[in-house]
Design a protein around this ligand. Structure first.
Ligand code: 5AD
Ligand code: FES
Length: 355
């Protein structure tokens, strides 16, 4: 496509903070690599205006790989008999936070499958103990769909943020990715509850998940606009060999990067991670993500002996490294593209310094 027309479209999106389905399709399907750079440069400039050239870090602790759900795309789905399951003990989770704090982390993300053996009381106690030990740190939970009452209890116990990707805002597409026991409607209910309770909330999707159309991505953007998330996590779909989607194609890195850039133009101050899936699909995926407008990285703080067991997709990076090695590696990678790691909690600009 003609360069000046492309620039006009990008300028339009940026100015209006809005995009039409036609514009979305043009950008995601355009084959001109030079135009792509115009998009990324605009997204970078927007990110730099809001966040400078600083990248926020979140320390991810994958504390249980047991899951009662059976999402078709996910390697730790209940039906995967080849998955080796583990559960960290409470003192191990706390030790991960302690070593993360020593490495300079100011945010801990506790993530797991939906593991019923952790009761709400367990989660609340863990949250309280982490916040007691590290009052200067933010605590994020990413433990799936719960009742409003449960979310309220975690919040009272000290959780500040919650990540729950909506996966897709389209009911038909949702049903293509999940068994009947899970519904698009309940997913959305969870996200609205979380937001109303006061959490900083993250939603998101996989790019190129089986059956996803351009229209679906547009619906996702419309959903995000209604929800007003503080964070949006997107990464390419990567097949896992022991799932029903084993033979499906991987999501495109280029479309993921373009969508990251579009989200940055539409939501200038949203927290946008360059995800591990992006780093898995492309050796320089995380650097490319930052250069397309992302501003968050989520290195793994799980103990090395369990890392290779939390495999949502094939080929996951950083399963053999210690947290300290990943930090050094990331620091080098980020500095090589002219950015640096921030030492702050990295709250959403609307929520700086508090819940
Ligand atoms: N490929 C990429 N991302 C995946 N996730 C789960 N399975 C896969 C996969 N096969 C993502 C989902 C989930 C998040 C924790 O990881 O979007 O919400
Ligand atoms: Fe883990 Fe590079 S980030 S080794």
């Amino acid at each position: 496509m003609d360069r000046s027309l492309y620039e006009k479209i990008i300028g339009d999106i940026r100015r209006k903070g809005d995009i039409t389905p036609e514009q979305l399709e043009i950008i995601l399907t355009d084959e001109d690599g030079e135009n792509e750079e115009i998009l990324f440069e605009n997204a970078r400039r927007v990110a730099e205006t809001v966040f400078g050239r600083e990248i926020y870090l979140r320390g991810l602790i994958e504390f249980s790989s047991f899951c009662k759900n059976d999402c078709y795309y996910c390697g730790i789905r209940r039906s995967n008999k080849n998955a080796s399951r583990y559960r960290l003990r409470e003192d191990e989770i706390l030790a991960c936070c302690d070593s993360g704090a020593r490495l300079g982390f100011k945010t801990f993300v506790l993530q797991s499958g939906e593991d019923p053996s952790f009761s709400d009381e367990d989660i609340c106690r863990i949250a309280r103990r982490i916040k007691e030990a590290h009052p200067d740190c933010a605590l994020t939970l990413s433990i799936g769909e719960k009742s409003r009452e449960s979310y309220e209890a975690y919040y009272k116990a000290g959780a500040d943020r919650y990540l729950l990707r909506h996966e897709t805002a389209n009911e038909g597409h949702y049903a293509r990715l999940h068994p009947d026991s899970l519904s698009c409607k309940n997913r959305r209910r969870c996200l609205y509850d979380l937001r109303d309770i006061g959490y900083q909330v993250g939603c998101g999707i996989m790019v190129g998940s089986p059956g996803q159309t351009m229209d679906n991505i547009y619906e996702d953007i419309e959903f995000m606009r209604r929800l007003g998330p503080h964070m949006i996590g997107i990464g390419p779909f990567i097949p896992h060999r022991d799932t029903p989607f084993a033979d499906e194609a991987m999501g495109s890195v280029s479309i993921t990067l373009r969508l990251l850039a579009i989200l940055r133009l539409l939501f200038p101050d949203v927290l946008l991670p360059a995800t591990t899936a992006l780093g898995t699909a492309d050796g320089r995926g995380r650097e490319k993500g930052i250069l397309a407008g992302a501003n968050v990285l989520m290195p793994n703080l799980s103990p090395p002996d369990v890392r290779s067991k939390y495999l949502l997709y094939d080929g996951k990076i950083c399963t053999g490294e210690e947290a300290a090695e990943c930090i050094r590696c990331l620091e080098k990678r980020i500095e090589s593209i002219g950015y640096r790691i921030s030492g702050s909690r990295g709250d959403h600009p609307d929520r700086s310094g508090n819940k």
